[in-house]
Design a protein around this ligand. Sequence first.
Ligand SMILES: Nc1ncnc2c1ncn2[C@@H]1O[C@H](COP(=O)(O)OP(=O)(O)OP(=O)(O)O)[C@@H](O)[C@H]1O
Ligand SMILES: [Mg+2]
Length: 379
Amino acid sequence: MLDRFRPRGLPNMAKNADIEDPPGSQNSEVLAKNKGSYQSWMSSLGFSRNPFSFEILPEALVGYKQQTAELEDAVLSGNKIILLLGPTGSGKTTVLKWLSKRLAGTRHVIYLPKPPLNPDNFIDILNPYFESGFFRKKRAKSIYQLPEFIAEQQKRRKMKYLLIICDEAHEASDEVLKWMRVLGDNVDGMVLILAALPRFERDLGERLETLRKRISVKIGVLSLTKEETLQLIDRRMAHAGGKNIFTQDAIDYIYEQSTGFPREILRLCDSAMRKAHESGAAAISRSIIEEPGAMQPMINASSVPEKQRHILEALVNPAPISHLADLFAGRYKSKQHALRAINNILHRLMKAGLVERNPFEKSYVYKLSSRAKTAFVTR
Ligand SMILES: Nc1ncnc2c1ncn2[C@@H]1O[C@H](COP(=O)(O)OP(=O)(O)OP(=O)(O)O)[C@@H](O)[C@H]1O
Ligand SMILES: [Mg+2]
């Protein structure tokens, strides 16, 4: 079923050793002369738009085969609450949009880009789905009527399956999450997908154990393989109307730097395109994009030891060490032990370039470095 998204064989300039025009060759001269604006340079290469914008393009989804297959299977087999976790920029929204399209023929899909601000908003979200046809005057008036109302409407309209997808679920209030659980419990054939940052799972354990216990499937997205990185670049360029102009060594470099993290791949490719424009090159090779002292490779959240990862996740909001010690006090014999242990972890993280600190009053406030932010955070 997922073959629809099997990447096409890569034509592929990236694998073509001849890709880079020798300096002074006819092609690069023409391009250098025609350099002009970035826009006209892209047009000269056949691109109708920026191939590496941060746009969500479910039709250009690559990789995540196991995850998309599991997600689809979990919905079709009627699991009530499914969790899709991944750091910011890993592709959660893209996967959700892909799934919405894929299931649109067999499921009523409601995609919420953000959780509602309060439970009453579910009335406005759900009523419109039942407003057409003979029973359109009937509306649920309060959240308490909703489960029964939906069940009744589904029966009347022979609509069996409802899929509610809530993106950015880590922003939902406890009340909203509780109501999601109640709806899930009371409406037959309703499946709920909650997409969120990885820390959401731990938050749920601390805040709403009843909801966490109902999660039957958990799927994580993180990064693409090297081949999928190449596919992403190829797919994006084809989607914008042009051909892949990255040489294999440039792709190797982008993979090394991004560790396959999708939004980072796009960012690096975008910057590579701009550099190629500046130098008037017709192809993008490693030497065009590589900078002396280039940033260290990205880190994968999953590759960091657990205790360090928890501290990094907590530092999504900058904090002094005393705050961290309070937060993790339960894990240590005393606050003193907590302070000492966390101090050691912070030093290790600073040495690795993942945490920075600024003096504040008589102490320090610790925060994530920009490198760590990409892997651990959010807005
Ligand atoms: N598997 C993938 N294939 C192709 N493009 C991808 C893939 N994953 C992500 N992208 C692209 O990377 C960018 C970031 O993806 P997306 O916005 O879906 O991430 P996200 O996990 O929802 O991030 P956030 O938590 O910030 O909302 C988008 O432009 C998207 O099109
Ligand atoms: Mg998103």
